[in-house]
Structure formats: C-alpha cells, structure tokens
Design a protein around this ligand. Structure first.
Ligand SMILES: C[S@@+](CC[C@H](N)C(=O)[O-])C[C@H]1O[C@@H](n2cnc3c(N)ncnc32)[C@H](O)[C@@H]1O
Length: 272
C-alpha cells in the first residue's frame, strides 16, 4: 500500500462520517448537545467511580470520538485543557457551539480515532473515549494511536459496545434473546432498523474480548478497573432496552493506565 492509500479515509470511515454528520443535523440519539439542566446536574457528578483521580484543573484531556457537545464542555468547565477528536465535522460544530455558549475554550480536531497522527506524542494526561470503537474495523489500531498520544502514567477511560450485545437479537425469543450474529466474523454487522443498541445508517463492527482487553495490554496499557454500566430494569416490558439489558449488558467501561511514569505498576513494584 502506498503512503497515499494508507492516509486516505477508508469507505467505512467516509460512510460513518456522512452518517454522523446527518445524525447531528437531525439531532438523533447521541447527537444532541448537553442541555443547561443536564450540564448543571452533571458538572459535579461526571466521575462517580473516581477514575479521573482528582481535580481536572490544568490537566490535558482528550475527548476521543466524543463530538456532540456533551462531554467536552463538562471537562472544560472543570478546568481541563480539552481537545475533542471526532470524524464528523457537524458533531464537532456542536462542541464548538456548546463551548461558546458557556464561554469555555476547547480545541476541536477532525480525525479518525484510528489515525491520531495530527496530535503530538505523549500530549495528554487523560483520554476519555465514549462509545465509538464499533465504527472502525480495527480496535487495535485505535489503541496503538491512543498509546502514542498518552503521557506515561496517563489514564485512558474507554467505553465500548459489548460483543454479545452486538450478537443478540433485538426482539425477545421464548426464553431470552438469541445470539443471531457470529462471534468470529469479518466485515461490518448487517444494517438494522429501529434498534436501541445500534445507530441506524452507520457501519458497525463487533470487536472480540481478546481485542478489546488483550489489545489494550498489547498496546502498552495496564487495565486497572472495569465496569458494566447497569441498564437492566427488572420491571421493564419485554423487548425494551431495560428488559434486554437484564440478559445482556450493552456496554463495558475500562480504566487503563499507560505504562511508564511513577504510577505504572512496574514502577510501584520496583519502588520507583
Ligand atoms: C455514540 S457517539 C459518542 C459521543 C457522544 N457525544 C455521546 O453521546 O457520548 C459516537 C461518536 O463517534 C464518532 N465517530 C464515528 N466514527 C468515528 C471515527 N472513525 N473516528 C472518530 N470519531 C468517530 C461519531 O461522529 C460520534 O460523534
């Protein structure tokens, strides 16, 4: 492959960029900026598990695949120096508008999560990455790029769609939810309509656990914690998001640390 081929966006990237531009224009799910009420409610509660390890003031924070005007303004209001990366120019425009409305400063960079060559090496103390790895074919490439831009000892918090959730049917069967998509597979998942678990119009990929977790370790991170955000609702009607979530957790959230630096496990073990 020539250099030009390697740097040219793939058809999947172009497809998803257009799909998310359209979602932003039509204010679809995950493409609506934070409201003033949500902002007031979230400004002191966006880190319930303490994964960010204290105040953000002065820390260099990358909001990765995080356009839409939600996370970036919260972290900027908390004092972080925020950079938002997203493939969709229209999603980034929502961040710029949300920041301007609150007199906050953020930097926006239109790029794909699997090509962060526009960012300097080791230039972030914290990387926060909401769900977006499902839109790229190769999660390992994402991790390698995140490893390059994260400072030694830096924190990488990422959320992903769980593979089982991407395999399971939306509609309930007699006893639960059947796995209708293979786990070992090539290429994007089939298109869906009306799924609360998938974004219509986008191309999505299933990433296996060995890549989601093993890939992080292979890229130079150590996993420090892991959560499955609770969406199960015991009283929810059959077939609803809350009902299906009793059988299959939709998401996984991972806290990882870039190796190197005084907080890396090796340095702690060696007393350095
Ligand atoms: C589910 S949203 C997550 C962010 C959103 N603000 C939220 O509500 O959490 C997914 C985001 O990933 C972005 N995205 C999709 N493919 C991407 C890629 N290859 N590189 C960077 N961003 C991408 C979309 O434009 C969208 O902003």
């Amino acid at each position: 492959m020539s250099h030009d081929d390697a740097s040219r966006p793939s058809p999947a990237h172009e497809h998803n960029r257009r799909a998310w531009d359209a979602r932003a224009r039509h204010e679809r799910r995950f493409a609506k900026p934070i409201s003033d009420d949500e902002f007031r409610a979230a400004i002191h509660t966006f880190d319930p598990a303490g994964w960010l390890e204290g105040p953000l003031a002065g820390r260099r924070l990358l909001c990765l695949g995080s356009g839409g005007g939600r996370q970036s303004v919260l972290y900027a209001a908390a004092g972080a120096a925020v950079t938002v990366v997203d493939i969709s120019g229209d999603m980034l425009e929502l961040d710029r508008a949300a920041a301007t409305a609150r007199a906050l400063t953020i930097r926006t960079v239109q790029a794909s999560i699997d090509d962060l060559s526009a960012l300097d090496p080791a230039s972030f103390d914290v990387v926060v990455h909401p769900v977006s790895t499902c839109y790229v074919p190769d999660v390992l490439k994402v991790y390698q790029h995140v490893a390059r831009v994260t400072a030694p000892g830096g924190i990488y918090i990422s959320q992903h769609k769980q593979p089982t959730s991407l395999q399971a049917d939306i509609a309930p069967a007699a006893r639960g939810y059947e796995l209708i998509e293979p786990y070992f597979r090539q290429g994007p998942l089939p298109a869906v309509v009306g799924s609360p678990h998938r974004e219509e119009g986008t191309l999505e990929y299933l990433h296996r656990w060995e890549d989601l977790l093993g890939g992080l370790c292979r890229a130079g991170f150590v996993i420090e914690d892991l959560q499955e955000p609770l969406h199960a609702k015991p009283e929810a009607p059959r077939g609803s998001f809350g009902h299906r979530s009793q059988f299959v957790a939709p998401y996984v959230r991972i806290k990882a640390r870039r190796l190197g630096g005084e907080k890396s496990p090796r340095a702690i073990v060696l007393g350095k």
